[in-house]
Design a protein around this ligand. Structure first.
Ligand code: HEM
Length: 187
């Protein structure tokens, strides 16, 4: 749980969790970009929009697998406690935000797949692994689509809070939380 640095001992998340954190950040950014491409080019360039959807589905399944792996590692490996100087309310908020991010990042791909499956849309993971499809259930598809959109909005809100808090504690409150996720080192 403690990675030793030549000058200082920094409480860091285990290497596997740091790697998965930044891999998931990259994939979430990619997912957002693909969703935007689809929305922007849906009418103007349907071919491009369709390719973006297919990529969004494949990356979504990859993200889902990585999140399950991450959850498995998270629940079985010790992580460093939050910095001492943080008050109780802030600790609770940090834990709640992290837990909500895990739940949302698992639920987003599930609702995305459910939406397509209930429409009978033939999707596959990188053109190799076909995803299961149901019979046509428009009601289920509509609810899954609404849930997917709400979860995406909630993710956006939580990320503003999460990234803001990480930068705030780095720059203003002096708690230097960024090294815990592998960025830099404590002074
Ligand atoms: C898609 C974007 C992101 C997602 C989904 C995300 C998600 C998470 C989650 C779920 C945790 C909790 C880890 C755990 O307890 O297992 C976490 C921790 C952390 N994240 Fe992010 N994160 C994102 C972006 C960022 C960015 C851009 C930064 C830096 C500016 C950052 C800095 C941190 C830090 C420092 C921690 C450790 C907090 C602590 O001290 O316990 N994250 N992140």
């Amino acid at each position: 749980m403690w990675d030793q640095h030549p000058l200082t001992a920094v409480a860091r998340y285990p290497a596997a969790l740091r790697l998965l954190h930044w891999l998931v950040v990259l994939l979430v950014a990619l997912q957002l970009t693909l969703a935007l491409i689809n929305a922007i080019y849906y009418e103007r360039t349907p071919g491009l929009a369709e390719a973006a959807v297919q990529a969004h589905i494949s990356v979504g399944v990859l993200l889902f697998g990585l999140m399950l792996l991450r959850l498995g590692v998270r629940l079985t490996r010790p992580v460093p406690p939050l910095p001492e100087g943080m008050g109780r309310a802030k600790r609770r908020l940090a834990h709640a935000t992290h837990a909500a991010l895990y739940v949302i990042l698992v639920a987003l791909p599930v609702t995305g797949w459910l939406k397509l499956a209930a429409l009978g849309y033939p999707a596959s993971v990188f053109g190799i692994l076909p995803l299961p499809v149901f019979e046509f259930m428009p009601d289920v598809a509509r609810r899954a689509r609404n849930a997917h959109e709400l979860l995406a909005l909630a993710l956006g809100g939580l990320l503003v809070l999460h990234v803001g808090a990480a930068l705030f504690h780095k720059r203003l409150a002096g708690a230097a939380v960024l090294p815990r996720m592998g960025i830099g080192q404590t002074p």
